[in-house]
Design a protein around this ligand. Structure first.
Ligand SMILES: [Zn+2]
Length: 366
């Protein structure tokens, strides 16, 4: 490798200058040819390597062969050459690390990776809007399990045995419970009403709660039906609660949800857990009551059910909380379907679009 180191025959200053100048040129040429990290290391080994490095060779061969009077002259030149090689090496190391930095550099003028901002699902948004209307009236939020017992879902809500709503056509029941008493059998709740009973059992009146949540029915999916949907139910119990409190509360709530021009009207209806019961219609939000396709030219849209809490329901609550004495307290309850309201508010014609997870649909609500 170091064959080019010639033996010196003359040790006068001119000969030494010439010999070292030649090595200096070789070192400069070699360092100028360095292209990458491996070449830097090769240069270091070739010139400064402890065993076969060229400088080691020079010091071994030339210094040993030099007569005593030339050793100093040679030593000075040797040290100068060594300092030069070290300087060249250091320069190359720095240049090489500059190259590394250049390839690792970040262009801070590039736009960043944009993350999608999450948004409320239209169902959850509608549900929260409904809840907030009642929260402003002093209602708190009640929640309960989606897997319920027959007692809370039906019996305590005054669905007598044999009531059509208990039919397995409508209710999804948990399998293999024939050995259990009927009231303990588990099912997917068909409405959020069981939370009314759970709330009354856990606290004496007064009660003002809204109950948002998911409910399950054995319904075939079509444009307006889904086996899983959402309800918001409300319950108000206190002394001297009357039907006019119910009307005033729901009229206010519908105006808060759909605008102050909306009117409400109440029709007699039937629910097992309320007596009397009513269906509530609001003036059509699309035509203002003149009549259009959406309201089937009636000017009204049916939106929710309500009524005064049936004394039989209070009697079930009184088994654990005697203060629910139907002779001393009264109350009203109401319930509405969140999907139906969201479909109206946002002009959605297929209920299934809410659950399909299609970003093209959902991003409209972001
Ligand atoms: Zn209309």
């Amino acid at each position: 490798m170091n064959d080019e180191i010639p033996n010196l025959t003359a040790f006068d200053e001119a000969a030494l200058d010439e010999a070292f100048a030649q090595l200096e040129r070789q070192a400069r040429t070699a360092s100028a040819a360095i292209g990458d990290e491996a070449a830097v290391e090769a240069f270091r080994l070739e010139w400064l390597g402890r065993k076969q490095g060229r400088l080691n060779e020079v010091s071994g061969r030339w210094l040993k062969a030099a007569p005593a009077e030339a050793k100093k002259l040679l030593g000075v030149r040797f040290n100068a050459l060594k300092a030069l090689v070290e300087q060249l090496l250091l320069t190359e190391i720095l240049l090489d690390s500059d190259k590394d930095l250049a390839t690792e550099a970040i262009d801070i003028s590039l736009p960043g990776t944009r993350r999608l901002v999450g948004a409320e699902h239209p169902i959850i948004r509608t549900l929260n809007e409904i809840v907030s209307v009642f929260a402003a009236l002093g209602y708190s939020v009640g929640v309960g399990p989606e897997v319920e017992t027959d007692f809370y879902n039906f019996e305590s809500m005054n669905f007598p045995p044999g009531h059509p709503a208990r039919d397995t056509q409508d209710t999804l029941v948990v399998a293999s419970q024939e050995r259990r008493p009927q009231r303990d059998r588990l099912l997917m709740r068909t409405h959020t009403s069981p939370v009314q009973m759970r709330t009354m059992e856990s606290q004496p009146p007064p009660v003002r709660i809204v109950i948002p949540g998911k409910v399950h029915r054995n319904d075939a999916a079509d444009a307006t039906h889904s086996p899983i949907f959402h309800q918001v139910e409300g319950l108000c119990v206190d002394t001297n609660i009357t039907f006019s409190d119910l009307k005033g509360t729901l009229d206010h709530a519908m105006k808060a949800l759909f605008g102050s021009a909306v009117k409400t009207r109440f029709f007699p209806s039937f629910f097992p857990f309320t007596e009397p019961s009513a269906d509530v219609q609001i003036s059509c939000i699309f035509c203002g009551g003149k009549g259009c396709r959406k309201c089937k030219n009636s000017g009204w849209i049916e939106l929710l059910g309500c009524g005064m809490v049936d004394p039989a329901v209070f009697a079930f609550a009184a088994e654990k909380q005697p203060a629910y004495d139907p002779k001393k307290i009264s109350g009203f309850a109401f319930g509405m379907g969140v999907e139906r309201i969201a479909m109206m508010k946002y002009g959605v014609s297929e209920i299934g679009q809410f659950y399909a997870g299609d970003m093209r649909f959902l991003s409209q609500f972001a």
